[in-house]
Design a protein around this ligand. Sequence first.
Ligand SMILES: Cc1cc2nc3c(=O)[nH]c(=O)nc-3n(C[C@H](O)[C@H](O)[C@H](O)COP(=O)(O)O)c2cc1C
Length: 443
Amino acid sequence: MGLSEYIVMRELNHPDINNFARYQQLGGWAAYANALKTQTPADIVEVVKAAGLRGRGGAGFPTGVKWGFLPRHVFPRYLLCNCDESEPGTFNNHQIIDRNPHQMIEGVALSAYAIEANTAYIYMRGEFAGAALTLERAIAEAYQAGFLGKNILGTGYDLDMYVHRGAGAYICGEETALMESLEGKIGQPRLKPPFPAVAGLYGKPTIINNVETLANVPLIVERGVEWYRSYGTEKSPGTKCFSLSGHVNRPGNYELPFGVPLRELIESPEYGGGMRGGRPVKIIIPGGASAPWLTAKHLDTHLDYEGVAAAGSMLGSGAVIVLNDTVKAPHLAYKMDEFFKHESCGKCTPCREGNHWLVKVLHRIAVDGHAHPEDIPTLHGIYNQMAGNCFCLLGESAVMPIKSALQLFPEEFEAVIAASGHSIEEMHGKAGTPLKRTRGRFG
Ligand SMILES: Cc1cc2nc3c(=O)[nH]c(=O)nc-3n(C[C@H](O)[C@H](O)[C@H](O)COP(=O)(O)O)c2cc1C
């Protein structure tokens, strides 16, 4: 059964919620106005902490705990809303902004108040030109109504909010690359520590949260911890807006309580509506391209951070990609690693070179249909040299598709080797050579 009342996709209950007056009529901005007048910033941090809100940008880190890392008495501080949304398969942030922009803006405002920031930036993926205009219009309405600007509602609190569009680089969703980009530099990640909460934008304490994370905040503050925790599980409270795509009958964004079984999301007529043409499920990627693959045997996995981790993957951004038996594992790994290769910022060697070589070998296997007996050990060698050695999580993520493909479907690689006129024994005979070869190739 779908939710009777949505938290972030409230346009399903109120299709005209994108209208400023209607948003206010539905109680919008009341939580913020009330907080400014009657609650301290620390009160808001405590409520968000007690609600157990977890970051929706990928790691699921508890939001209130992150806010608590800010050093005391160091100002100015910044709040950054991450709307880069470039993880393949993820498309819910865009929908939230398009259809319910005021709630997200109120969430940014409330969160800025909670962390005592007077400036908030919404960093948008470059391609989101329309959504950026929607936000700018909505922010202008908030200024006009006196919810943003100087001495807001006579409380002495000042807050300015800006929309900044990137230039369309996946790496700029990574929080430190995002800050570099916002400062006008090349979008490449920074070394951590220091973490952004200590030294972030312009070297000042900074909190970065995802769009969906922040869109939860107004209702948590308005309705309280118990109400919020009535959704989801003990460790993953609330709801998640899952972006469902692939070979399902009804791809789309579905907001469901955390903990819903994967099978229900895929098969329920209200959500995925089953597999197109009734073909079997072969591969499920439960958290965007960066997540390890699952298979049909994982259909009873519960979609919360703990359930997906127990199945051997990660919930990540909640982008659930479901593929049928027409998809060949080497080709899927090739397409995904081609994405990571394209998006590698080039700062570190394992990611820049590793992705280059993964794609080169995978192209030969998956596109040309020709494989050398040493290709499988070579692929294992390349990703093993990347894993744990990349500067940021982009390179670490790029390991997931090829590692999953080789672990789950080795026979599909072996079949290409056999079709290329080589025997599997020959391949095993080459098993000792990959590191030497790889080192040679890496120079
Ligand atoms: C390569 C890469 C891309 C990322 N892209 C996004 C993104 O588009 N949106 C996002 O919210 N987080 C993204 N993240 C995660 C952010 O670094 C950060 O953890 C997140 O914005 C924190 O917000 P949260 O605490 O609300 O989850 C990305 C991380 C990496 C490594």
